[in-house]
Design a protein around this ligand. Structure first.
Ligand code: L34
Length: 246
């Protein structure tokens, strides 16, 4: 929706991943002036299209459109982002069909690196519905002791210093510095901030944090590609469910 330059890059990366996996993808690049009714009509069409197993409306969308209504309109069994309230509720209980792509990608990185979350101090910075909140829930399911920090947190540095696992998802360039990282901590950077000079940086100051961390993800080339990989996984899962029900 509209012409967000960052979304253009992310959607192109998703289309490339689909091609690589053998998933057919259909792009609907809608102009910024698209009305709520037009967008709803498109979602309804895709909800009823048997060739379509997964639907994703890349965020952010122009302000005159109602993001909540869009998320609610996508059929939960085609909701490969896992943003629909029915899917969000299932995640809370731990009995889910899809996991939201970014938090799922973070968990996959942790698992593949042989890191056991059980009993660890996990600090999530950021409380968005898309990343921070579900991220905290997945770390909790993995038996971590989880703290969520946000803009009203009294002493961010002090809280982050306690963490064995830090997940930064606030969208503030290089907010988390090396002196806030405990020696040997695992640092995962979900931030995707484009500076005025076009440089892409995360929410973590990589240079200084890398000196303290036992493992750290870079930006780019860290969580971003994992988000896309998990989208592919969710889409294959949706297709399997749909084919069983045919
Ligand atoms: N509906 N909206 C919906 N679902 C999502 O899962 C997303 N997200 C976030 C933004 N809006 C969304 C994404 O797709 C963030 N996001 C995303 C996806 C891919 C990448 C970054 C963010 C990515 O490919 N990152 C590359 C660098 C890309 C660049 O050069 O800008 C990387 O290596 O991190």
């Amino acid at each position: 929706m509209g012409d967000d330059p960052a979304s253009r890059i992310y959607v192109n990366n998703k289309k490339k991943a689909c091609e690589y996996c053998g998933i057919e993808s259909f792009e609907y690049a809608m102009p910024a002036e698209t009305t709520h009714e037009e967008l709803m009509a498109l979602i309804e069409k895709l909800n009823n299209d048997d060739r379509v197993d997964g639907i994703l409306c890349q965020l952010p969308i122009p302000k005159h459109l109602d993001e909540k209504a869009v998320i609610n309109a996508i059929r939960p069994d085609k909701d490969v982002d896992a943003f629909h309230p029915a899917n969000v509720g299932k995640i809370m209980i731990g009995d889910y069909d899809f996991l939201p792509c970014t938090p799922a990608g973070v968990m996959e990185l942790i698992k593949e690196s042989g890191i056991d979350i059980s009993g660890k101090e996990c600090v999530v910075i950021g409380r968005s519905n898309i990343v921070g909140k579900p991220m905290a829930m997945l770390l909790l399911h993995a038996h971590g002791t989880v703290t969520i920090c946000h803009s009203r947190t009294k002493d961010l540095a002090e809280t982050v210093r306690r963490a064995d696992v830090v997940v930064a998802a606030v969208g503030v360039p290089e907010l988390i510095k090396g002196d806030m990282i405990k020696e040997g901590a695992v640092v995962i950077d979900v931030g995707m901030n484009r500076l005025a000079d076009k440089k892409l940086v995360g929410d973590v100051e990589f240079e200084s944090a890398a000196k303290k961390a036992s493992a750290i993800t870079p930006v780019p080339g860290g969580v971003g590609p994992m988000t896309i990989a998990m989208l592919m996984k969710n889409t294959v899962k949706a297709a399997l469910v749909h084919s069983e029900n045919k």
